[in-house]
Write a protein that binds this ligand. Structure first.
Ligand code: C5P
Length: 328
């Protein structure tokens, strides 16, 4: 593995951990005035991604304006079908990004992180269907262990059993949102991987295409879900420094995910997010004191992380079996 792969993976671990903790902080810490609207953050993050990728291409063109314009024009309009295909993962991600904010409203950071690992199972299922990847028996076993681990993490602790029905139903609502996000993450990730690796279109152009559709879909989400609140209290209601950090983490996290998929694959990306569970569990407990890790939680977490690693080891033979035949 070349150095760049390690760099993007380590950055992804840090990004995932910081994202969970800061979103959790911004959604739970009480402040005066209205809360910020996640849909506006998702929309602005798409703009930041779009401008950042344009800048990278400008840089690659040696800040030569004509060359830059022709490069971008060709990338977007040169092959319209390829551009339109990107609307599939982009639309799904726009939906998923909003859903994840909902989930974080109702769940503590560790539960969120561990349950969201089910997306690895979804990624595996969609990889077999869309990328026609074959999984070894070790990998399927590790996927079952993963599900057992997630179930254990969800097992209510003694403290939660006496909580009100309202709190339990909120938690289930959070878990339900997260399960839908797992399916969308798996499908969108695999579909994006297929588009990225089955064409000669650069990562930066692909990201620009993603961002164009992302702006469109996120803009529609803002208009249809939050228009009344925005007309009353403004687009930037509740914005603060931590919210801006979330916005940047969301934007550059998206670019990082694309880099990780380009240099490795969606499964290795799962490793990075699993590692971030350990970090965010410890940090979340220290900062928010919001969840005393129970024995079931600890065993579940160990199972999830262990299963993720075993899955990754079992995938070694398969990672060369990419749809475009390139060794990663
Ligand atoms: O949780 P998951 O790994 O599915 O999240 C992927 C994240 O990366 C999403 O927020 C998605 O919007 C983002 N992404 C992106 N650009 C890409 C690929 C993914 O912004 N090219």
């Amino acid at each position: 593995m070349s150095a760049i792969k390690y760099v993007v993976l380590v950055l992804l671990v840090l990004q995932t951990t910081c994202m969970v903790l800061i979103v959790r902080y911004t959604r739970t810490v009480k402040s005066e005035g209205p809360r910020y609207l996640p849909s506006t953050v998702v929309l602005l993050a798409e703009f930041v991604k779009f401008l950042s990728c344009l800048f990278v291409i400008f840089y690659q063109c040696g800040f030569h304006l004509r060359k830059f314009i022709s490069e971008v024009k060709h990338g977007i309009f040169g092959n319209p079908l390829e551009t339109i295909k990107i609307s599939v993962p982009s639309g799904i991600y726009a939906f998923q990004n909003n859903l994840l904010f909902v989930a974080l409203n109702y769940l503590d950071a560790p539960t969120y992180q561990v349950t969201y690992q089910l997306k690895i199972l979804m990624t595996a299922l969609f990889s077999t269907v869309v990328l026609r990847k074959r999984l070894s028996s070790t990998q399927w076993i590790s996927l079952v262990l993963l599900m057992v681990g997630v179930a254990l993490v969800q097992y209510p602790s003694e403290g939660t059993s006496v909580e009100s029905a309202q709190s339990w139903s909120n938690r289930m609502f959070g878990v339900g949102s997260l399960l839908i996000a797992c399916a969308s993450s798996g499908f969108a990730g695999v579909y994006f991987e297929m588009l990225l690796k089955n064409s000669n279109i650069s990562l930066w152009i692909r990201n620009i295409q993603m961002a164009i559709f992302g702006i469109l879909f996120s803009g529609l989400t803002v208009a249809f879900t939050n228009w009344d609140i925005i007309s009353k209290d403004g687009f930037f209601q509740g914005y603060s420094t931590p919210v801006l950090v979330v916005l940047l983490l969301q934007a550059y996290g998206g670019i990082l995910v694309a880099c990780v998929v380009q240099y490795t694959d969606n499964i290795i990306k799962g490793f990075a997010t699993s590692l971030s569970i350990i970090v965010s569990t410890v940090v979340s407990y220290l900062i928010f004191n919001d969840m005393q890790p129970t024995r079931a939680f600890t065993i579940g977490t160990i199972l999830v992380i262990g299963a993720t690693f075993v899955y990754g080891l079992g995938s070694r033979g398969n990672t060369t079996n990419k749809s475009n035949g390139k060794e990663r």
